[in-house]
Design a protein around this ligand. Structure first.
Ligand SMILES: [Cu+2]
Length: 487
């Protein structure tokens, strides 16, 4: 990449003779001049386009740079990045840099104060990418009852921030983006409750049961999908992943769903998990299957030591048959791709942590209980965070933190749904999942099981309004959000 001549405020001030001149310019005008003089490193276009999932299923949706998934955006940790985002649609849009510690005005959440990109408008943004690792970029608008908006569309792309050194020895890397299309509402639908380790807590079940009696009647709307894909292709379409025996392939897997929990297995192979949400784990471990909540990422090395032609696919038969899979083909092998369900296995984040370690003591513990009011909002479930559904009018609930403080969030789920909890602009460290303590697992999304508890710590080290929410589009749109404000 060409090194642009960059005159930032600090380097200009270094020439002491220029300092008074710079000081006379209004800050905003100066910032505008600096970016206008610069050439953008990247252009992102938001526009309607087609995705050919298979010859029988070509869907029309909103895309990044005309394709799904959007192109992998490679950044360098600490090297300033300038991007022009063009919104070629008729509606305001937002681009969220998921998993990065950047300022609120570029993070991409209107609740934090990021400006919208106007319809047929352009916004130039610049930030210093960090931390290194596997991140992603996606839209962050409210969809509500509109299944043509928000993360129901194809607005998602992997982002890889190049680290100083790579976390493992591997021969090549492959990005996999898991995504459903053709959503519709229904009353019903179940989450895969066999996914997560841990047991429900009786007290939380009691709270949920009481509320279900209070808000009885037809079930609130849930979203289901017709079509499933990996890298924008239904299983059996698109190119297989071609491998050679003995090869070590590093997979970077992203669940870009609007709300589904996904699983992935490759018959006869193990996934050696080395990073979660792009952050190296203290205890890399082999697992027969992966589980990813919405917006979670897993980086895992697969040793290709079981020659054949295989389906790498979702454990849910129906979803896999509708496209959630990709073929892995060894050199010199051909024929129908084979699938076999792995031995049953529950996803346990603590297996990748340091069980013997002690987390640093928090300055404050914030306990948050989440409840569901069945079908309370025009047939949609309303979600309450400590008794309040988030509102842009009141900007509540809001919690105040002090810069430098370490905060422990203790989440209690009084509903049967799995919630992928996401904190913007900060990473957090898991300290307890159910009844298991752990340290060292750094994430930005964590699945909270039905009627279960999870605790994680974050350090308030990135001042500015910070959004917290469930990454299930339907849940966040109907109340499951909160803000953190620096005192
Ligand atoms: Cu949720």
């Amino acid at each position: 990449m060409k090194q642009a001549v960059k005159l930032d405020r600090r380097s200009l001030l270094a020439y002491t003779g220029l300092a008074p001149l710079i000081g006379a310019m209004p800050l905003a005008a100066r910032a505008a001049e600096e970016t206008a003089a610069e050439k953008a490193d990247y252009t992102l276009r938001i526009a309607t386009g087609l995705v050919e999932l298979s010859p029988e299923h070509i869907v029309s949706t909103t895309l990044y740079n005309g394709q799904f998934p959007g192109p992998v955006i490679r950044l360098q940790e600490g090297k300033r990045f300038v991007i022009d985002v063009h919104n070629d649609t008729d509606v305001p849009e937002l681009v969220h840099w998921h998993g990065q510690m950047i300022p609120s005005d570029v993070d991409g959440a209107s609740e934090e104060g990021t400006p919208f990109i106007a319809p047929h408008g352009m916004r130039r943004i610049a930030f210093v990418p960090k931390p290194a690792g596997f991140r992603f970029v996606h839209t962050h608008v409210v969809a509500g009852s509109d299944l043509n908006r928000g993360t129901y569309t194809g607005q998602a792309a992997p982002v890889y921030i190049e680290p100083a050194n790579n976390p493992g020895a591997y021969d090549r890397e492959v990005f996999l983006v898991l995504k459903e299309f053709e959503p519709s509402f229904s009353q019903g639908g179940d989450m895969p409750q066999e996914a997560l380790a841990g047991a429900p807590i009786a007290e939380l079940q009691q709270i949920g049961k009481k509320l279900d009696q209070q808000f009885k009647g037809p079930k609130g709307y849930e979203v289901g999908y017709e079509l499933f894909s990996i890298n924008g292709k239904q299983l059996g379409h698109g190119e297989p992943i071609r491998v050679k025996p003995g090869e070590r392939v590093l997979f970077h897997i992203l669940n870009a769903s609007a709300g589904e929990i996904r699983s992935l297995a490759l018959p006869g192979h193990q996934f050696h998990v080395i990073a979660l949400d792009g952050n190296p784990v203290p205890t890399p471990a082999d697992v027969p299957a992966l589980w990813l909540g919405t917006a979670e990422r897993i980086s895992a090395i697969v040793g290709m030591n079981h020659p054949g032609v295989w389906v790498m696919g979702d454990l849910a038969d129906d979803d896999r048959k509708h496209g959630m899979g990709i073929v892995v083909e060894y050199a010199g092998h051909s024929g129908k791709p084979q699938w076999a369900k792995p031995t049953s296995f529950r996803w346990d984040y603590t297996q990748f942590g340091n069980a013997a370690g002690q987390p640093a003591a928090p300055d404050e513990t914030i306990e948050i209980t989440v409840v569901k009011h069945n079908a309370e909002d025009h047939g949609f479930n309303r979600w309450l965070v400590n008794g309040e559904a988030f509102s842009m009018q009141t900007m509540k609930p809001t919690y105040t933190v002090r810069q430098g403080g370490r905060y422990r969030l203790k989440f209690r789920n009084a509903s049967d749904d799995i919630h992928p909890l996401h904190l913007h602009r900060h990473s957090f460290e898991l300290v307890r999942v159910g009844d298991k303590a752990t340290v060292g697992v750094i994430k930005d999304v964590v699945m909270l099981g039905g009627f279960q508890e999870v605790e994680f710590d974050f350090v308030a080290d990135n001042p500015g309004l910070t959004l917290f929410h469930c990454h299930q589009q339907l849940h966040m749109d109907y109340g499951f959000m909160a803000l953190f404000r620096y005192a």
